[in-house]
Design a protein around this ligand. Structure first.
Ligand SMILES: [Zn+2]
Length: 120
């Protein structure tokens, strides 16, 4: 079952318009946070020990001794202490951001639909 379907079932008998409205605001806030958490980061110069990671999207190795910078996307609302996801390029980071945004928009639609069913 998709997250969307789960949420739809969860909200089936929801009659609390204020709650749904709050959730909608939260979704908008998440989109804002997603964009704020997206930035380019340079590797510090003269590292004593090189380090690297594999791109979260394409799996390519990024290394402090061969690359100058990388991209990072922090999903603040999930766990603010958890390091963000790292990517080799803006193209890879963009895919992640647009997929996350599409997920948020799908959730938003479920909340909007649930508000239509609230009985006054
Ligand atoms: Zn990549």
């Amino acid at each position: 079952m998709t997250d969307e379907e789960k949420l739809r079932i969860q909200l089936m008998d929801c009659n609390d318009d204020w709650y749904l409205l709050t959730c909608l605001w939260e979704m908008d806030y998440k989109i804002k946070q997603l964009k704020e958490g997206y930035y380019q980061r340079y590797f510090p110069k003269n590292l004593k020990r090189n380090w690297g990671f594999n791109c979260c999207q394409c799996g390519e190795r990024v290394q402090s001794d061969k690359d100058e910078f990388y991209y990072i996307v922090t999903i603040k609302w999930k766990d603010p202490h958890k390091p963000g996801k790292r990517f080799c390029s803006s193209q890879c980071a963009d895919i992640f951001v647009s997929e996350s945004e599409a997920w948020i928009l799908r959730m938003k639609k479920v909340y909007q639909d649930a508000r239509m069913n609230v009985r006054n």
